[in-house]
Design a protein around this ligand. Structure first.
Ligand code: NAD
Length: 361
């Protein structure tokens, strides 16, 4: 029976990379019936809203979606369609593998890390108070009363909630992921020496959960600043990293950088019942409609999606096809060439064609 999957092409370069991924996934022979729904700028023009209800309804019904990136409008009230989708569907775990592929230029080889980022709270909860507003002033005075600390009256405030519930859920997810994918070690990253009641709680919960997995998965803890240095110096010492939301976002890009950049960094947002697969990169609006950007991150997100729906053979074949095209470094986009203006660079569509050719062989 065909898998019914929601396809959200996104905006900016989203529709181009989503189309490349759809074609490659279909070329694996996996039976998929796509249900295409529109979110982002095209939805704003067509339906007057960035995230129409039918988008969320479609994912809830089909349980799995492949999504292109969506622009976050600056200063228009709506925080981010991407964050809104994750929150509305309670996709609490963001899984971002960072893996070296031969042919992709990077100072490092043989990197195989997985970032597991908490997706539902922390400074990304969207609880913010603008500078100089009456409610902000009131909040400042209450905080000063309770904390005995002074806050400058012209401050903006962002709230960082980290709960026991969400920490336990993501850390348990990380351990289960490690077991399932036969990974050996989890490093929990935080700044508990400074933020004792938020990062400190994340760490305390982590230590408790780790006890249940003793003898099965190695557990270690690291401070976020030190970890930034360790990852640059000795990335091969690490395996699975579990982090609160903000550090997870930053370290996802750092790890993408370790393996050659955003063009090859796939991702997944996973909840108890639903999963949305998307590249780490954004909608790169300046390249919209130019058939220029690298589709590999989106296609590799498709590989993760195929594994999720238990189409393992199709996933392996597609990953091998991507690996072969990257290794040849011939039919690849500008970002994978020795210089950005290399005339032999191909477009998004042509790189997908080359991957499809490998699948046929
Ligand atoms: P971006 O990832 O869109 O682009 C930054 C730069 O990275 C680009 O200019 C380009 O040089 C390079 N790049 C990105 N993707 C590439 C690819 N596939 N191939 C080759 N090069 C690539 O980040 P940004 O400019 O900070 O964000 C643009 C918009 O996307 C913003 O509105 C942002 O909020 C949004 N965004 C969306 C998502 C998402 O949909 N999940 C994620 C990040 C950013």
């Amino acid at each position: 029976m065909a898998h019914r999957i929601t396809l959200i092409p996104g905006d900016g370069v989203g529709p181009e990379v989503a189309e490349a991924a759809r074609r490659c996934i279909e070329a694996t022979g996996a039976k998929i019936e796509w249900e295409e729904v529109i979110a982002g700028q095209d939805a704003q023009v067509k339906f007057g809203e960035l995230l129409p209800k039918n988008v969320l309804d479609s994912v809830k019904k089909n349980k799995v979606a492949l999504k292109g990136p969506i622009i976050t409008p600056i200063g228009e009230g709506f925080r981010s369609v991407n964050v809104a989708i994750r929150q509305a569907l309670d996709l609490y775990a963001c899984v971002r593998p960072a893996k070296s592929y031969p042919g992709v230029k990077s100072p490092y080889q043989d990197i195989d890390l997985v970032i597991i980022r908490e997706n539902s709270e922390d400074l990304y909860a969207g609880i913010e108070f603008e500078e100089a507003r009456p409610e902000t002033k009131e909040l400042i005075s209450q905080i000063e009363k309770f904390s005995n600390k002074k806050i400058r009256p012209d401050s903006g405030i962002s709230i960082k909630p980290i709960s026991k519930f969400a920490s336990e859920r993501i850390i348990r997810f990380a351990f289960e992921y490690a077991l399932k994918s036969k990974r050996k070690k989890i490093t929990l990253i935080q700044k508990s020496n400074i933020m004792k009641f938020t990062d400190g709680l994340f760490l305390k919960v982590g230590r408790a959960v780790a006890k249940e997995y003793e003898g099965m998965v190695i557990f270690e803890e690291a401070l976020v600043d030190n970890m930034a240095m360790q990852l640059v110096q000795k990335p091969r010492n690490y395996d699975v990293l579990v982090l609160p939301n903000l550090y997870g976002d930053i370290f996802s890009d750092l790890c993408a950088g370790l393996v050659g950049g955003l063009g090859v960094a796939p991702g997944a947002n996973i909840g108890d019942d639903l999963a949305v697969f998307e590249a780490v990169h954004g909608s790169a609006p300046k390249y919209k409609g130019q058939n220029k950007v690298n589709p590999a991150a989106m296609i590799l997100s498709g590989v993760l999606m195929l594994r999720h729906i238990k189409e393992d053979k199709a996933a392996d074949n597609l990953e091998n096809a991507v690996r072969a095209v990257l290794a040849e470094a011939k039919s690849v986009t500008y970002d994978l060439k020795p210089s950005r203006d290399d005339p032999s660079a191909v477009g998004t569509k042509e790189m997908a064609d080359a991957i499809i050719d490998k699948l046929k062989k």
